[in-house]
Structure formats: C-alpha cells, structure tokens
Design a protein. Structure first.
Lengths: 112, 111
C-alpha cells in the first residue's frame, strides 16, 4: 500500500533562517506531488506541483521554492523565512490513472 | 485563489442526527469533486468523490450530491457520531493536475 511521510512534524524557526521540509512517498512510481499551505482556520492553498523528477510548477509568487530530486521525494525550501511563512504545510500525491490526491500528516511551521 | 466556497463556516449537529454540508463551486469545466475530512493537527483525509457525469454517490454513512445546473455539491452524513467532528473541505478539479479547495466547514457534534 502507498504511504506518504513528512518531516519534521513541527518546526520553530527564526525570521531570516533557511527552511527545508521533506516529503516522501512509498509504494507508487512516478506520482504527481503537491505542496500546499494552510493558514489557521483557512483552506488549502496550492504552492507547487510536480509531474516528474526535476519538473516543478509554481502556483503563487512567494518566498518558497520546491525541488524533486528523486521520483518519490519532494522538498520545500526557503533561503530566508518571513513571518508570513508560518502555517501548516501539507504534501500530497496522486498516481496516474487515479484522480484522488492523498495527503501526508503535515508540518506545522512557526516563524518567530 | 480559492474558487470553491462553502455556504456555512460552522455546523453544530446533535449526535445521531443527519448532517448536510454544502459547497458551491465556480468552474463549470470541473469534472471531478472530492470531499475531505480534516481533524485538528492532521492532514485531510479522503471521504468520497464524484465525477461530473454522476449526480449522486453513496459510501459508508456518507452521500455526495452534485447539482451541475447550480454548481452545488453537498455531503450528507447519516447518524452523525462524535468522531465526525472535524473540518470538511470540498474540492473541485478544474484541470487534470490541480484541485481547488474551499475554506471548509467546521462540524461540531453535540452529545
């Protein structure tokens, strides 16, 4: 069966520090991968998606970037965090031929 | 932006009653819709989906209704239980790669 992992689960970082969040998927090949951000009490905002290794599509201009160095690994990064980067970051995957996106457990980021 | 919206941000329901959560979507080209349940501090969990060529689909204790004429989606939960307390999101698929989510409805089940 397929599983999705995200780490860390919680992160507290100072303003101006770098960020690296990791997402890995097991049990599937060549998935579509997604990064979402969820502000408190709000819906999900799509940040990036990837249809293959090295292919990244950005949905909104921001202080973040994404990379996909391996088929089942998706990384969200920042060189300098802003206060507004705080939120709940969710990774999701979807296999070709399956329409549903499945979400990971999320990383809660607090920028102080 | 968020093109999918929900009529009510909160819903309080008595345990054992049926719940109905509504959702309005904006993109008439969307061909696939999903309902997710999100418990506090966790990632959204798939509940049920429906394609645009259907108007009703049933799962275990849940039913999704789709009215394409008025671009409306609803989730019905039968015999609501305390474990159903969560935020419920609807999502539409305007193209093959992306989902667009609404702001969510918080469901609180009263004992």
């Amino acid at each position: 069966s397929q599983t999705i992992h995200q780490w860390p689960a919680t992160l507290v970082q100072p303003v101006g520090s770098p960020l690296s969040l990791e997402c890995t998927v097991e049990g599937t090949s060549n998935p579509n991968l997604y990064w979402y951000r969820q502000a408190a009490g709000r819906g999900l905002q799509l940040l990036f998606y990837s249809v293959g290794i090295g292919q990244i599509s950005s949905e909104v201009p921001q202080n973040l970037s994404a990379s996909r160095p391996q088929d089942r690994q998706f990384i969200l990064s920042s060189k300098k965090l802003l206060l507004s980067d705080s939120g709940f970051y969710l990774c999701a995957w979807r296999s070709w031929g399956i329409e549903t996106q499945y979400f990971g457990p999320g990383t809660r980021l607090l920028v102080l | 932006g968020e093109s999918v919206g929900l009529h009510l941000p909160t819903l309080s329901v008595q345990e054992g009653d049926n719940s109905i959560i509504n959702c309005a979507y904006s993109n008439s080209a969307s061909d696939y819709f999903i309902w997710y349940k999100q418990e506090s501090g966790k990632g959204p969990q798939f509940i049920i989906d429906i394609r645009s060529n259907m108007d009703k689909r049933q799962g275990q204790r849940v039913t999704v209704l789709l009215n394409k004429t008025v671009k409306h989606l609803s989730l019905q939960i039968a015999a609501t239980q305390p474990g159903d307390s969560a935020v419920y999101f609807c999502a539409e698929r305007p193209n093959d790669y992306k989902l667009s989510f609404g702001a969510g409805t918080t469901v609180t089940v009263r004992a």
